[in-house]
Design a protein around this ligand. Structure first.
Ligand SMILES: Cc1cc2nc3c(=O)[nH]c(=O)nc-3n(C[C@H](O)[C@H](O)[C@H](O)COP(=O)(O)OP(=O)(O)OC[C@H]3O[C@@H](n4cnc5c(N)ncnc54)[C@H](O)[C@@H]3O)c2cc1C
Length: 533
């Protein structure tokens, strides 16, 4: 059985939901959106703090693991990814950051013509609807909430530390200005507001938008260097669907390169090893992987933090009831409460570190299970904003159900090793402020404050963890020798095929990457419509 559509979008994630909305807004186009996961109507998806549960729930999560990472002492890392309507925007931590101006100048320098700051800024302004107790502005579909009124009172100590260090006070962290501030979030009325909430659910009733859930796309059908359709499996039955106009691959930074390689588009050697027939040698497919790595340190305190509120049975029940009755309280606010961009040294031309300061301590095991301690504590975390190392995603089999090999290749460059040390030094500096010392009972790693640079780098290798921002694996650029797609997101050498998701980034952006992914998909939809006039 097969069907014909104008456009087929693979993956209903942060990017796919935006494109499905924009393309189906024109009733003359028949649009198919196909997604491996199921419905997002689940309590722990809707509840902001439910992030701790969906984090390792195989019903909504691909639950990947990386290869041993040489420069992280051969550690393998757990990489969650959304497998559900809304994709990773349905299981992420909801922090909203646009990225900094220099990130997008670098996109343009890499060959992504038209993706400089001026243009992306106009798109952000069109997309956002800022909501706060004081003022609302913007008419866009994405709700960006300022929850500072509801943040834990302990966070005032982080703000005092920032003042002591003479960091500027950002007036809105979402806008990504420099300094430490309250994180703005993709929530609305105490509930998660995913890309599906912003773009897909409002469009679901359109007769020309067809959504197939729980269907895994196995490969693209390519004839004469043109992508004509897809082969997918749903309820154990294999089916085909065809696209008159285009196929848009939005399966995310792991799924998109995996599907290109499974379809015979990628580095010849990798395909040969996996037993896939070469259709088009495109060496950069799956290469260029970037991510953020953070080092986190934990401290005990005598003051109340979120641990006192939700770390014990009574606290959990009270917070649960409060949430059910009023959609407020600790369960309605994500745990990343204060964050921002700072300079690692006076010589830094732009802010090059992102800081998180959270009024809670918790730990996560390598299978993704999270434990919240009963005793009050806080954490300080720092991550270099723009690591330069690049890793890879490569298939190891012709079967879509065998996960690809993820090789992050962390800390490969000298610059990255230096920035890892600077991230650690920044935590030492914040922890040593009078504001933080006055509320610290004890550091969980008391030696850390005295570590020299070698010991700091070793500590980073031993403990740093991903912040779940893989990107750049089908990156935009000038030609097949440096990229997978051009600045109009078309796959080099294959007609009727684009890649639009976090894998399309030429380089990682500063801060969390959900906002830039939705912005990219929004602009890409206009490009697709323009090219098909
Ligand atoms: C735990 C976690 C926390 C995060 N926290 C934040 C945060 O606080 N702020 C922030 O800005 N960013 C955060 N991120 C990152 C951000 O959410 C992602 O970068 C972004 O959602 C990626 O969007 P995407 O469209 O590229 O991919 P996704 O949203 O992952 O969508 C890809 C979709 O394609 C589907 N798919 C894949 N393969 C196939 C196939 N073969 N057939 C059919 N469908 C397929 C997937 O199931 C998925 O739904 C977080 C991510 C995670 C996982």
């Amino acid at each position: 059985m097969s069907k014909k559509f104008d456009y087929i979008i693979i993956g209903a994630g942060s990017a796919g939901c935006v494109i499905a909305n924009k393309l189906s807004a024109n009733t003359k186009y028949n649009v198919l959106l196909i997604e491996a996961g199921g419905s997002d109507k689940k309590f722990w998806i809707r509840t902001p703090i439910g992030y701790a549960f969906t984090y390792n729930d195989a019903r909504v999560n691909w639950k990947y693991n990386t290869q041993p990472d040489k420069n992280l002492n051969n550690r393998s890392s757990y990489w969650p990814r959304g497998k559900v309507i809304g994709g990773s925007s349905s299981i992420n931590a909801m922090a909203y950051f646009r990225g900094l101006e220099n990130d997008f100048s670098d996109w343009e320098k890499a060959g992504a013509e038209g993706w400089g700051w001026k243009n992306v800024l106009a798109s952000y302004n069109a997309l956002e609807n800022h909501i706060s107790k004081k003022e609302n502005y913007g008419n866009g579909p994405i709700c960006v909430s300022d929850l500072s009124e509801q943040m834990h009172p302990f966070s005032k100590h982080f703000m005092a530390a920032a003042r002591e260090l003479n960091w500027p006070k950002p007036n809105n962290t979402a806008i990504s200005s420099e300094g430490l501030g309250y994180v703005h979030n993709t929530t609305r009325n105490g509930k998660r507001f995913s890309s599906a909430d912003a773009f897909l659910h409002p469009a679901k009733k359109r007769k020309n938008l067809h959504i197939i859930k729980n269907a895994i796309v196995e490969k693209l059908i390519i004839n004469n260097s043109q992508s004509d359709g897809i082969i997918y499996e749903v309820n154990n039955v294999k089916k085909c669907a065809y696209a008159n106009k285009e196929i848009i691959l939005s399966a995310g930074a792991i799924g998109s390169p995996q599907l290109l390689q499974l379809s015979g588009i990628g580095p010849e050697e990798i395909l040969k090893k996996a037993g896939v027939k070469l259709v088009h040698h495109l060496p950069e497919v799956g290469q260029g992987l970037q991510d953020h790595l953070a080092i986190t340190k934990y401290f005990m305190t005598n003051e109340r933090t979120l641990n006192s509120d939700i770390g014990n049975f009574v606290g959990k029940v009270t917070a649960g009831l409060r949430y059910l009755l009023t959609k407020s309280g600790p369960l309605s606010v994500p745990v990343n409460q204060t964050s921002g961009f700072v300079r690692s040294s006076v010589k830094s031309i732009v802010p090059d570190l992102q800081i998180y300061a959270n009024p809670i301590i918790y730990s996560t095991n390598n299978n993704g299970k999270t434990y919240v301690g009963k005793k009050s504590g806080f954490l300080l975390s720092a991550q270099p904003s723009r690591f330069s190392s690049r890793g890879s995603i490569n298939i190891q089999s012709s079967d879509v159900n065998i996960p690809p090999l993820i090789n992050p290749n962390s800390l490969h460059t000298k610059y990255d090793k230096l920035m890892a040390i600077k991230a650690c030094q920044m935590i030492q500096t914040i922890a040593a402020t009078k504001a933080m010392e006055s509320v610290t009972k004890k550091a969980c790693d008391p030696n850390f404050s005295k570590f020299d640079n070698d010991a700091l780098l070793n500590n980073f290798r031993e403990l740093a963890s991903t912040v779940y921002h893989p990107c750049c694996t089908c990156r935009m650029g000038l030609s097949p020798s440096d990229s997978v797609i051009n600045s109009r997101l078309q796959v080099h050498g294959i007609k009727k095929l684009r890649v639009v998701d976090a894998s399309s980034f030429p380089n990682i952006t500063s801060g969390n990457i959900n906002a830039p992914t939705m912005m990219l998909a929004y602009r890409a939809s206009d490009i697709i419509l323009e090219d098909n006039l």
